[in-house]
Write a protein that binds this ligand. Structure first.
Ligand code: 5AD
Ligand code: SF4
Length: 463
């Protein structure tokens, strides 16, 4: 990597794009389609940053001259969605042979998928993976100059590359990667295979980025990692997530700090303290449960029990009484019995999550769970899924509205698309509020009286 000169690739790409702009009479357009989680969303901001710097005009339409699919493979339906889009791309490219189609992200870290793309999707122009995302400009340039398809995927991660350009979706909030990869190897999960081993960024690099964002007008940051609670363990000078969080809260100009995702086994008392003490830390914790059965949790390699999870959420609620807890739950993990499933329902009833993402277990090739005996029949899993969803929704609707009548700060995000003269924003606990207001409020925090709850959002008025 010693001779790698990203500046040079960028300059060359900009020249090629400028020539194209002259030929077309306008800048070529580029569209980035993102599947999956917040990490992918952040990666897409980097892809868009590169495209913008190269001179492409940003587009929301898949009819653009360049279309990038940033893929996800966490569950089978994510893969299916990509192939659906590719079918569509094939016919578009027949009409516009100059169109460039690019695939990257987690699914491209799976050799079988890349092989399938090679054989059956000859119209795809560029393929790269999560580990060499920072080569994007170089790979696109290579395709444009050679006219031939470029497939380059690295099997393993190679350190962290700082300083990619990024295009923020909105001016006042931003994700910030604090670590990459995952070392947990939950037995159902493909992420450790496609995102590589856990690497933390240096605290100073992170703080510099946050300071820069604040200087640019960002007031809310979301610290991103697959398992933020184990942040810093692999650094030469180890640091904890709690310490980092406190330092991020001290950055002047930053008003709200969120983070995602927490693993219950690593959530420290120190972190609970920081959450209780630091006002800028949002009153929301996403704490994936996955299952309420200790037996299934063991088979999932989650390394906590039902009792551990319950005790942890109790400690958190005691320290931060107004916290909103949300979670992820998988239904139909191999070997899950009716009794195991009842344990999950029991935890949901006791913790009373504000909301929960519920997933049907999806076997991922290469993970230990995919080879486990006693895969749960689809009918049984589907029936449990429906029962869980009904419970989660019932509790969610009972919990929503508990702040009715209070005046709370709202960060205004957008004008209400359906109601002129109204805006939409979020409470610290992530719940949405609609209230009368002007566009000029976007990106600011204002006190709002919560008049009534409409299920999953509030109607309010400025206080
Ligand atoms: N099947 C179903 N759900 C899964 N998740 C991860 N892997 C799988 C899988 N193989 C869920 C977990 C995780 C969320 C991001 O996706 O609940 O927390
Ligand atoms: Fe997957 Fe578990 Fe890592 Fe989350 S912590 S990314 S579920 S292996």
């Amino acid at each position: 990597m010693a001779q790698y000169d990203p500046q040079q690739y960028m300059a060359d790409l900009r020249r090629v794009t400028a020539e194209r702009t002259l030929a077309l009479g306008h800048a070529p357009t580029a569209c980035v389609v993102t599947f999956g989680c917040q990490m992918n969303a952040r990666d897409s901001e980097k892809l868009k940053g590169v495209l913008q710097e190269a001179g492409f005009a940003d587009s929301e339409s898949e009819e653009a001259d360049v279309v990038v699919f940033n893929t996800c493979t966490v569950r089978e339906n994510a893969n299916m969605r990509l192939y659906g889009h590719l079918g569509h791309m094939n016919s578009m490219k027949r009409e516009h042979p100059d169109k460039i189609i690019i695939l990257c992200g987690c699914m491209m870290q799976e050799p079988d998928e890349v092989e399938k793309i090679r054989r059956k999707y000859p119209f795809v122009d560029v393929v790269f993976g999560t580990h060499n995302l920072y080569q994007f400009a170089e790979l696109l340039l290579r395709r444009l100059q050679s006219g031939r398809r470029v497939v380059e995927v690295w099997e393993k991660e190679r350190g962290i590359v700082e300083d990619l350009p990024k295009k923020r979706e909105v001016p006042w909030k931003s994700g910030v990667n604090i670590m990459f990869g995952c070392n947990n190897f939950c037995s159902y999960c493909i992420v450790p295979y496609v995102r590589g081993r856990e690497r933390s960024r240096e605290p100073e690099e992170i703080l510099d980025e946050v300071r820069q964002l604040a200087a640019d007008g960002v007031i809310e940051v979301m610290l991103l990692g697959q398992n933020v609670n184990s942040y810093g363990k692999t650094l030469e000078r180890p640091a904890t997530f709690a310490q980092l969080l406190r330092r991020v809260c001290r950055v002047r100009g930053i008003e709200r700090v969120r983070f995602m995702t927490s693993h219950p086994k690593d959530l420290s008392e120190e972190l609970i303290e920081v959450m209780a003490e630091e006002e800028k830390v949002c009153r929301h914790l996403h704490l994936p449960l996955q299952s309420g059965s200790s037996r299934i949790l063991k088979a999932m390699n989650r390394r906590y029990t039902k009792e551990d999870y319950l005790a942890l959420t109790e400690r958190i609620r005691r320290a931060v009484p107004d916290i909103s807890l949300t979670t992820d739950i998988i239904v139909g993990f191999p070997g899950e019995t009716e009794e195991d499933f009842e344990e999950t329902l029991d935890v949901v009833r006791r913790v009373r999550f504000d909301s929960a993402f519920t997933f049907l277990y999806s076997p991922r090739t290469g993970t230990p769970a995919a080879a486990m005996p006693d895969q749960v029949p689809a009918g049984v899993a589907g029936e449990r899924f429906a029962r869980l969803l009904a419970l989660v929704q019932q509790i969610g609707s009972e919990e929503s509205g508990r702040d009715t009548g209070r005046v709370l700060p709202v960060l205004v995000e957008e004008t209400d698309p359906k109601m002129p003269g109204r805006v939409t924003g979020r409470l610290s606990n992530n719940v949405m509020v609609h209230f009368p207001g002007e566009e000029t409020l976007i990106g600011t925090i204002v006190p709002v009286r919560l008049l009534r709850s409409q299920g999953f959002y509030y109607i309010g008025e400025r206080a």
